[in-house]
Structures are given as structure tokens and as C-alpha cells.
Design a binder for this molecule. Structure first.
Ligand SMILES: Nc1ncnc2c1ncn2[C@@H]1O[C@H](COP(=O)(O)OP(=O)(O)O)[C@@H](O)[C@H]1O
Ligand SMILES: [Mg+2]
Length: 248
């Protein structure tokens, strides 16, 4: 099983939208795929048409060894399931910090779902809390959406520093451009700059009304609007992620 987390210091940058779409592409490629929503806002859960209700709440999820099959829901996409998020996850950092073995909390869940899924995409809340600290040690890739703006690039540098200080290898971090608006000269300039000076994935997700509509339609963009420019870019991104993970 391969675990990929969508994470960033900032909110509103495209973590949830990308997690849902990459998960759909993974399922369409024939991999048994799970979206694990650990954001109390439960946006990924809602985008996949699943009720934001986690059986037993965050305490039961992170605090005990147990079978998770009763908590997992089917989505409308064949082969794509959801471990839903709900508001109880606002306690996740407290649960992890209070645990005698914090690193086991997330690892235990991943171990429990590992036998049933080939790919798990974890949709994280913004920021770096106790959960992020243990999660970076438990996943194979950290995908970080970055909007091409000076403060967002600064936030990425800060985030990367913290992650590497936590003991993660720099190769774990995979930033990519998100919400790119080619009408904006500054976006065009920063896209070029990023390409030449930084280790970003090559795919860049454009600003797109097809992506924006997803929470209303509750169908992944790559399924609802497969020919949109955003879907083309999302498929490019998935190809790079698959390659990094060594999926066929
Ligand atoms: N490529 C995009 N084009 C247009 N709107 C987008 C795009 N990516 C995300 N959005 C919109 O921006 C907002 C934040 O996106 P979201 O994926 O929830 O970010 P995050 O999970 O990082 O907070 C949502 O309203 C979403 O629909
Ligand atoms: Mg989100």
C-alpha cells in the first residue's frame, strides 16, 4: 500500500480538490483506493457525496486497535472508498499529543487499511500540528499545492524547513503549482521561476471553474469534466505521482 498526504501550511490552496481528483484517477487506473479525510471540515468526504460522519469519532479512530471496515464508505466512483472526516477530528492533535506512543496513532490506521487498499490519499487540514508531525513519518509522499504568489512560496519554504527538521527526507516533499491563473503576469512570471529554480513536479493545475464546481456536483472533476484543462493537468500530476510511487 502507498500512502500519499495532501498537506500545506496554508488553507484554500487545493489540497482537498487535488486529493479527491487524484484518488479518482487512482481508482480509474484500477488501484483499490481510499481517501482518508483527516480534516474536521470534511471537504473531501463531502466532495465524494459521503456523509461527514466518522463512526466513534477521532478518539476511537486514533485511540484503539480495531477493525475499520465499518467506518469506511463507498463513493460514487467504482473502486474508490472514503474513511470520512467529521468535526471530532478537531481533537486529533490533542489525541496524538496525549498518546503514549504518538507515532502509532496514524500508523495503526494505515496498517489496518493497508491490506484492502493499494493507494491511500490523506486529505490533511492546513498547518503543522501534532498529527502532521507523526503523519510525515508514516507516508510515502507529501504532495503540497502551492499557488504562484510570493507569500505562498515563502510559506512553502517554511513548511519544507519544518518537515525536514522533523526528520523527513527532502525527497518526501513534492510541491506542485495550483490554481494557476495565466491571465495574471505575476503568476506567469512565478511559474517560470519555479520551473527553473525549484524542485516542483512538472504538472500545474490551472484555475478552473470545473474544479470549483466539484463540491456542488459531488463528483470528481476528472469524472465530471474529463476534457477540461484542469483534468488534463490532474492526469499529468497523477502520472508523476504514480511514477514516484512506482505504481504501474
Ligand atoms: N484549480 C482550481 N480552480 C478553481 N478553484 C479551485 C481550484 N482548486 C481549488 N479551488 C477552490 O478553492 C477553494 C479551496 O480549495 P480546496 O481544495 O478546498 O483547498 P484546501 O483543501 O487547500 O483548503 C475551494 O472553493 C475550491 O473549490
Ligand atoms: Mg481542505
Amino acid at each position: 500500500m502507498h500512502a500519499v498526504a495532501l498537506t500545506a501550511l496554508k488553507g484554500g490552496v487545493g489540497k482537498t480538490s487535488t486529493a479527491v481528483n487524484l484518488a479518482a484517477l487512482s481508482a480509474l487506473a484500477g488501484h483499490r483506493t481510499l481517501v482518508w479525510d483527516i480534516d474536521p471540515q470534511a471537504g473531501a468526504t463531502a466532495c465524494l457525496g459521503v456523509k461527514p460522519k466518522l463512526r466513534g469519532g477521532a478518539q476511537r479512530l486514533l485511540g484503539s486497535d480495531r477493525d475499520l471496515t465499518g467506518s469506511i464508505r463507498r463513493s460514487s466512483v467504482e473502486g474508490l472508498d472514503v474513511l470520512p472526516g467529521d468535526y471530532s477530528l478537531r481533537e486529533a492533535d490533542v489525541i496524538v499529543s496525549g498518546s503514549r506512543r504518538p507515532r502509532r496513532t496514524f500508523r495503526r490506521v494505515l496498517a489496518a487499511v493497508g491490506k484492502d487498499y493499494d493507494v491511500v490519499l490523506i486529505d490533511c487540514p492546513p498547518g503543522i500540528g501534532a498529527s502532521t508531525e507523526v503523519l510525515v513519518k508514516a507516508v510515502d509522499l507529501l504532495l503540497i499545492p502551492v499557488v504562484p504568489a510570493p507569500l505562498d512560496l515563502r510559506a512553502l519554504d517554511r513548511f519544507a524547513e519544518v518537515i525536514v527538521d522533523l526528520g523527513a527526507p527532502p525527497e518526501l516533499l513534492a510541491p506542485f503549482l495550483s490554481q494557476v491563473d495565466r491571465r495574471k503576469p505575476l503568476h506567469r512570471k512565478l511559474v517560470e521561476e519555479v520551473r527553473t529554480t525549484r524542485h516542483f513536479l512538472a504538472a500545474a493545475i490551472p484555475l478552473s471553474s470545473a474544479v470549483e464546481r466539484m463540491p456542488l456536483e459531488q463528483v470528481p472533476t476528472v469524472v465530471a469534466a474529463p476534457r477540461s484543462l484542469a483534468s488534463v493537468a490532474l492526469r499529468d500530476l497523477w502520472a508523476e505521482v504514480s511514477e514516484r510511487l512506482g505504481l504501474d
